[in-house]
Unconditional design. Structure first.
Length: 533
């Protein structure tokens, strides 16, 4: 009988918190065979990532854990030292795709060095490591990997960094792969490529995969079995098809019901007064190949024009590197265009003082960890815009912070917490709360729910929709999640290589896309229906 690739029995993980102890994982047990894929789903803080970190031997130093049995292949992890874990298990027997690529990558080393290091540490040659790294960067869809091999993490978009982290986890072809939200920051075409790549690797090498995700569509189409976690406990598990089509636990049903659906979108097709106008805007970056190599121009945005009406929700979709995030920075005034002009309510963005501009337009960034000050508590982070603008008394500011925390699903226990004490989804809620507290006229949402589980995602989308209706809020929604686009957006702009290739009202674009690239995007979307039939 074949030995399971992974066996966990009675795993419990506790963490000290002010006033007591938090049980992050409670009495978890499961086994996973080679060639099998297990999906673990649940809200942020449910214990999904903590389970993976326990299996990797990467729990926080303050964490306490007990288990009757934790085995990976032929290794008993309960008796292994950290040195043995690092040299014999991590990176060789088991690889991990971490949730936040910017924190998983070292900012002072080139991506090529970081990829090659994972192989050379386990005995591979530098030449073989470089060849393997370029092969994998090609496989995960990173453009021009030979040219970009010596570039640094900050020179890549969020989706591109995620592809690099995936390639890093696959360098040594591990027997077990733990994928913690591996496609969160990826557009749907690359998401499909990555999942197809993982499935192909699994078929060829017989690896076992643990997929941690809040996306039931991805889990439904990729996994053999699924475990649903709530507050550290497994509340339901079974064959994926059975759990998706006939969930037994109320929490599982709530997760499935929270998935965005187009029926929730209210069509808005009336003519509106322009709020944002982009006229012939171009923005290029210049990169050098090697220390003495030639300088190469990358046109992130190329002669782009569009208009967003007051109170409208415009979705901007496209693959990573298509120019979506660059466009958002230009509208925010964080960068100046090389050519063209951008106006907010008729006023040139570059002519509006920074403080005044912040009262008009606010961002919700894709990477919450990178956009939050690690030395400030949650309440201080959210209150900071009010302090800068001198809005309200001390008590009024406290009440405003409390109200917006409640709106974004942050309980009072997070008031004095710091970003490093929160999960990825919880940090994203803080970023959203900070953007909303000034009640701006325009919100630029750059993947605002990519790190959120579906139930909180539904709350945030509902909140943004309510604010749009109540305040006439204008939303620019930059996302790879086409289910959210179909639910929320009035119009859709599809970008590719810095240009708009298609623009239409949402219902029209989803019903009859005109361009081959748009059709490819729509065909790549995973859904529950495909497995329920």
């Amino acid at each position: 009988m074949q030995r399971p690739a992974v066996t966990i029995e009675g795993l419990t993980v506790t963490l000290p918190i002010p006033g007591g102890v938090l049980t992050a994982v409670k009495d978890m047990s499961f086994s996973l065979k080679r060639g099998e894929t297990l999906g673990i789903v649940g809200e942020s803080g449910s214990g999904k990532s903590m389970t993976a970190h326990a299996l990797m031997g990467l729990l926080p130093s303050a964490a306490q854990w007990t288990a009757e049995r934790v085995e990976l292949g032929g290794h008993n992890l309960l008796t292994m030292s950290q040195k043995a874990l690092a040299t014999e298990v991590r990176g060789r027997e088991v690889g991990m795709i971490f949730q936040e690529p910017m924190t998983a990558l070292n900012p002072v080393y080139s991506i090529g060095r970081q990829l090659a290091e994972g192989m050379t540490l386990h005995g591979g040659t530098a030449r073989a490591a470089k060849a393997r790294a370029i092969e994998l960067l090609n496989a995960v869809g990173l453009p021009n990997p030979e040219e970009r091999f010596n570039q640094y993490p900050h020179q890549f978009s969020g989706g591109q960094r995620q592809r690099i982290v995936i390639a890093m986890a696959l360098m040594n072809e591990p027997d077990v792969l733990i994928a913690d939200e591996p496609t969160t920051a990826l557009d749907v075409t690359i998401q499909k490529q990555i999942l197809d790549l993982l499935k192909d690797l699994q078929d060829r090498l017989g690896i076992a995969i643990i997929l941690i995700s809040h996306d039931f569509g991805v889990v439904a189409n990729f996994t053999d079995r699924v475990m649903v976690m709530l507050k550290g406990e497994v509340v339901e598990q079974g064959a994926t098809r059975q759990v998706v089509s006939d969930p037994q636990h109320d929490y599982t049903r709530r997760l499935i019901d929270s998935i965005p659906r187009p029926s929730g979108r209210i069509a808005q097709s009336k003519l509106r007064q322009p709020m944002i106008t982009v006229e012939g805007v171009s923005r290029s970056y210049y990169v050098k190949r090697g220390l003495f190599g030639p300088v190469r121009e990358i046109a992130a945005v190329n002669a782009l024009s569009l208009t967003v009406g007051k109170g409208e929700t415009l979705a901007v979709v496209g693959e990573s590197g298509s120019g979506k995030s660059t466009l958002s920075r230009l509208i925010l005034g964080l960068e100046a265009p090389d050519k063209g002009r951008i106006t907010l309510d008729g006023v040139d963005v570059g002519q509006v003082p920074q403080l005044k501009r912040a009262r008009v337009v606010q961002p919700i960034f894709q990477d919450p960890y990178g956009s939050l000050n690690p030395r400030m508590s949650v309440s201080e982070i959210i209150r900071r815009p009010l302090d800068i603008h001198g809005i309200g008394s001390k008590e009024e500011r406290r009440q405003s912070v409390q109200a917006v925390m409640e709106q974004t699903g942050l309980t009072a226990r997070f008031t004095h917490a710091y970003p490093n004490q929160m999960s990825g989804g919880q940090r994203q809620r803080v970023a959203i709360a900070r953007a909303l507290i000034l009640r701006p006229e325009v919100v630029i949402c750059d993947e605002p729910t990519s790190a959120l589980d579906v139930s909180i995602q539904a709350q945030i989308l509902s909140l943004l929709t309510e604010l749009r209706e109540e305040l006439g809020l204008t939303l620019v929604l930059i996302t790879h999640d086409l289910a959210i686009v179909e639910q929320m957006a009035d119009r859709v702009v599809v970008m590719q290589n810095g240009k708009i290739v298609e623009e239409a009202h949402t219902d029209q674009l989803f019903a009859a896309p005109q361009q081959a690239y748009t059709k490819q995007l729509l065909a790549s979307v995973p859904s529950l229906e495909s497995i329920s039939r």
